[in-house]
Design a binder for this molecule. Structure first.
Ligand code: G4P
Length: 527
């Protein structure tokens, strides 16, 4: 198959939701329907053992939340689907933002009882800023939930896109009869599904005026029919260009736990979601089917596999074809690397990979050579921007209980810092390292991982800091002047970018007024 055909048959998307909306369930069912796993790990079993096929880390098992973002690849209808899971918990939102830089579309899962929830709003803002097309799945229709018209209005107002229903629910909760497929003019009758069989939703009644629908679903149907007529006349018709431009989102209703609606989502990914598009590097536009390989590291994870104490860099292939053993150059350092045991992902199983194409995600085990945001090419220097680091809002100083483990603490923190799990600051005035986080849980995860992966019992202590700003100046002399005068409040981050740490926004304002030539940044973009 030609390179262009390989690229054209790829779909790379992230699945996003507020915790508990059903993301894990839907992910498992997508894998089940695409034939990737024989038996979807039942969510009940997962909750009992705190383990799902897409969860990696011990801490996840303990807390039942997804900390790591994992990658899965399946083939469906001759299309290669790369599915990137994202942590639902807001304390790990930075990780999610970075994952969103690696995809071409997003699948948003909404709990029909709760509508759009706070964590979804933040993720949507990132999608909006990047013009990422979104497919919407409204889950849990087998429960007593909100009226679908309300949900549609809420989706539209929150995401600022027109919501175009592709299906419409008939009843809900105990009286949930199924969905009417608006575009194919037929009703798909609800049947609770099992975890084992990816049965298709076979029971179908054709035609909106078919009396059989009215007979079987009487009042639920008369309401649904009125609503379908209303939305058909009031809402915009689906326009694929508007969807790809993130101005419209197709909406599907279903019940993931019952396998209902899952098939439609897979079809939507194949039929609607875009194949990999061009990416803007600072140097030039990179076209996915150009002959030369390029890829960008959007995630680094240490110690994924306890048997191999390595770090895996997750690389989104931006162009060309990757071949195992090919010589690659890291744009940041100019160094060459020749990854041999590159892995692809199917959840916990890591399989050795021979080749990959634009849109795919590959994992390159390494010992710290690859950092977040690094670009790999066949020789050319390319810089992709846009990988976000947010100024932390919470700070703790970290010390090791046993001074003999100081070195391990430094190694552990450097690795976890490079991975982006936490931000590590080295105060210029010396003293304990500082950890900066966006969410409290990050500290707990880091303490836990320091212990289990590096054998370090770390002591976390509160600090006087509550905000950080990266600092730059056009003239290095101005920056130095500021840093010398404020040495007590300056620290270097993991890539040695200086930051001003302060205890209050008033203190920051004063610094800004006194040093107008210094720029203070709440966001650091790699590159
Ligand atoms: P998340 O990854 O987004 O956090 O959600 P997850 O899939 O873990 O699902 C959260 C809860 O919602 C689970 O229940 C799951 O069983 C339930 N769920 C998912 N899809 C549906 C659906 O279509 N209908 C209904 N009624 N429930 C659904 P739980 O209470 O956490 O566990 P369990 O004890 O019910 O298994």
């Amino acid at each position: 198959m030609s390179l262009s055909n390989e690229v054209a048959r790829r779909r790379t998307f992230a699945i996003i939701s507020h915790p508990d909306a059903g993301k894990t369930t839907l992910t498992e069912k997508l894998l089940l329907f695409a034939g990737a796993i024989q038996i979807a790990g039942s969510v009940k079993a997962r909750k009992a053992s705190r383990h799902a096929s897409s969860d990696w880390m011990e801490i996840e098992k303990q807390r039942g939340i997804s900390v790591a973002s994992s990658v899965m690849q399946v083939e469906y209808r001759d299309t290669v689907i790369n599915l990137l899971d994202t942590p639902g918990h807001q304390d790990f939102s930075e990780d999610t933002y970075r994952v969103l830089t690696a995809v071409d579309a997003a699948l948003m899962v909404i709990d029909a009882a709760n509508g759009i929830e706070p964590q979804t709003i933040r993720l949507l803002q990132v999608c909006r800023a990047r013009n990422t097309p979104i497919i919407t799945f409204v889950n849990k229709m087998d429960r007593e939930v909100r009226e679908p018209l309300d949900l549609l209005a809420e989706i539209e107002s929150h995401i600022g896109m027109d919501a175009v229903p592709f299906s419409w629910p008939v009843g809900m909760g105990k009286s949930f009869g199924g969905v009417f497929d608006i575009r194919r003019d037929r009703m798909r009758v609800f049947r609770p599904g099992s975890d084992r069989i990816a049965q298709k939703d076979e029971d179908v009644i054709d035609g909106i005026d078919n009396p059989e629908i009215a007979q079987r679903f009487n009042t639920a149907w008369s309401q649904a029919k009125d609503e379908i007529e209303l939305i058909s006349s009031a809402s915009q018709p689906f326009d694929k260009a508007a969807f790809l431009d993130a101005r419209q989102t197709p909406v599907f209703f279903g019940s993931a736990i019952n396998n209902f609606g899952v098939h439609e989502i897979l079809d939507a990914l194949v039929d609607l979601a875009p194949s990999p598009g061009p990416r803007h590097a600072l140097e030039r536009e990179v076209i996915p089917d150009e002959a030369k390989f390029s890829g960008v590291v959007f995630k680094v994870q240490a110690n994924m596999d306890p048997a191999h104490r390595d770090r895996v860099a997750f690389v989104r292939v931006c162009s060309g074809r990757f071949e195992r053993g090919m010589r690659l150059k890291v744009s940041r350092t100019g160094k060459e690397t020749r990854p041999n045991n590159v892995v692809s992902f199917l959840s916990q199983r890591r399989e050795l990979l021979e080749e990959a194409f634009a849109g795919d995600i590959i994992g390159i085990p390494n010992h710290g050579v690859l950092h977040l945001g690094d670009v790999l090419t066949e020789g050319e220097t390319l810089t992709f921007t846009g990988l976000p680091f947010f100024a932390p809002e919470l700070f703790q100083a970290v010390e090791v209980a046993d001074p003999l483990r100081t070195k391990q603490l430094r190694i552990g923190l450097t690795q976890l810092g490079e991975e982006g799990a936490i931000q590590v600051f080295k105060p210029v005035a010396g003293g304990a390292l500082l950890l900066g986080a966006v969410g409290q849980l990050q500290f707990e995860v880091v303490a836990h991982r320091l212990k289990s992966e590096y054998g370090v019992a770390a002591r976390m202590m509160s600090t006087r800091y509550s905000l950080a700003r990266w600092i730059t100046a056009d003239d290095p002399k101005d920056l130095k002047k500021f840093m010398d005068a404020n040495a007590q409040n300056i620290a270097y981050d993991v890539v040695d970018a200086p930051a001003f740490l302060s205890g209050s926004s008033a203190q920051l304002r004063v610094a800004q007024e006194l040093y107008p030539k210094v720029q203070f940044h709440a966001l650091r973009e790699h590159g």
